[in-house]
Design a protein around this ligand. Structure first.
Ligand code: S3P
Length: 427
């Protein structure tokens, strides 16, 4: 697919429901008592892998509409072990959270996924789950992950070696079925969707700066979940707006969890204009309408503390850097090497192929920017949805357009991505 240059990016849009919250709504809904009604479900290959996985574990999930589900919970220990492996496809969130969930269920569970997922580190969840008494094996640290469930999990105090919401969530979810409270200490604050949803379900959650403790739960009661728009799906649009002069886009009903929206701070300090309207809540999650307007960009530095607040948006920050006056530096982002692809190398190769001056470091990039359009070129999405979206936005902001190999991988998180772009791009 070729993405041609844009004259401007203008309009009012909404994006599909948040991927992280959508996964959790089905996982926790499945463990709930009775029915959970999910509105604004962000349907994608990743979140449907979660629906299919929970179905294979005995949970009935009704599709009431494209973005509306009814999940019939089987209770905290009610999952049944399936005949074969559970296919988690490309979804790291699914395999890691599900490992925590099945650790406390009766039976044997084998969790696996696609080629990319089978290269990603799984000892980071296996290690704390073993400390809780789980029987869990990985294959050289990777999927397939085989778990023999037990009803004798113990609550632990666990300090995360890496800032990861997926690992934190796996431990907390196992803690629901443990014999005493479970505490997770985080080196840096990461997204807290699991904690917020558990709280809404009636679990006792105690939050202190840097740690969270939950009590074992008797039952989860969710009832209604309204999923806000996915900030990470709106982010490519915001970056297109920042790059292309004359652009102005408002995204409505967008999730504004403070641990997800680090990109807004970065856009502002680089020179774009950001306004937030209609702040409200969807359940416990903050929501609002966000307007971004183009401005001349200047370089910035992303520090390690900021990284978890925009971890999935960092490839887009590198692109911003190519158009910003000065040197943009990203540090402390080594986690990007173990995402759906090695995003440090994927971004470097992609932006270089488009004419950028970028160097990878062990844990980030140095980008020398100039306030004019990249040339454009041919790039490979490497089977990574966020890299495909990066290529598309680079194309909009380029002189000659960008040809993307494997662009359909956007369907992992946002199947309607290219249609949405078409609706706001002026050529
Ligand atoms: C996610 C957490 C993040 C993020 C991923 C989704 C989640 O991963 O990159 O896209 O839903 O918990 P880590 O927590 O492993 O950094």
């Amino acid at each position: 697919m070729k993405v041609e240059p844009a004259v401007a990016v203008v309009g009012h849009v909404a994006v599909p429901g948040d991927k992280s919250i959508s996964h959790r709504s089905v996982l926790l809904g499945g463990l709930g008592e009775g029915e959970t009604h999910v509105q604004g479900f962000g349907r994608s290959a990743d979140t449907m892998a979660t629906v299919d996985a929970m179905r294979s574990l005995g949970v009935e999930v009704e599709e009431l509409g494209d973005d509306e589900l009814r999940v019939h919970g089987v209770g905290l220990r009610g999952l049944r072990s399936p005949d074969g492996p559970v296919d988690c496809a490309n979804a790291g969130t699914l395999i890691r959270l599900l490992a925590g969930i099945v650790a406390g269920q009766e039976g044997r569970f084998e969790l696996t996924g696609d080629e990319s997922l089978r290269t990603r580190p799984m000892e980071r969840i296996a290690e704390p789950l073993r400390r809780m008494g789980a029987n869990i094996e990985t294959e050289d640290g990777h999927a397939p992950v085989v778990i023999q469930g037990t009803d004798a999990l113990q609550g632990i105090d666990y300090s995360l070696p890496v800032a990861s919401a997926q690992v934190k969530s796996a431990v907390l979810l196992a803690g629901l079925n443990a014999n005493r409270e479970t505490t997770v200490v985080e080196p840096k604050p990461t997204r807290d969707h699991t904690e917020l949803m558990l709280e809404a379900a009636g679990v006792k959650v105690r939050r202190r700066p840097g740690s969270v403790t939950i009590d074992p739960a008797g039952a989860l009661r969710l009832g209604e979940i309204v999923v806000p728009g996915d900030f990470s799906s709106a982010a490519p649009l915001f970056v297109a707006v920042a790059l292309v002069p004359g652009s102005d886009v408002t995204v409505h009903e967008l999730g504004l969890n403070p641990r997800r929206i680090g990109l807004l701070d970065v856009l502002e300090r680089m020179g774009a204009r950001v306004s937030i309207f209609n702040r409200r809540r969807a359940g416990r999650e903050p929501v609002g309408d966000v307007q971004v307007q183009h401005g001349e960009l200047i370089a910035t530095e992303i520090t390690p503390d900021e990284v978890p607040l925009l971890v999935d948006e960092l490839p887009l920050v590198a692109l911003l850097g190519t158009h910003a006056r000065g040197e943009t530096i990203v540090r402390g982002a080594a986690e990007l090497r173990v995402k759906e692809s090695d995003r440090i190398e994927a971004v470097t190769d992609l932006l270089r192929a488009c004419g950028a001056r970028i160097h990878s470091t062990e844990d980030g990039w140095r980008v020398v920017g100039v306030p004019r359009r990249l040339k454009g070129g041919r790039v490979d999405a490497r089977g990574d949805h966020r890299i495909a979206m990066l290529g598309a936005i680079a194309g909009l902001a380029s002189k000659e357009g960008v040809e993307i190999e494997g662009a359909d991988t956007v369907g992992v998180s946002f199947p309607g991505f290219f249609d949405l772009l078409d609706s706001v791009v002026r050529r």
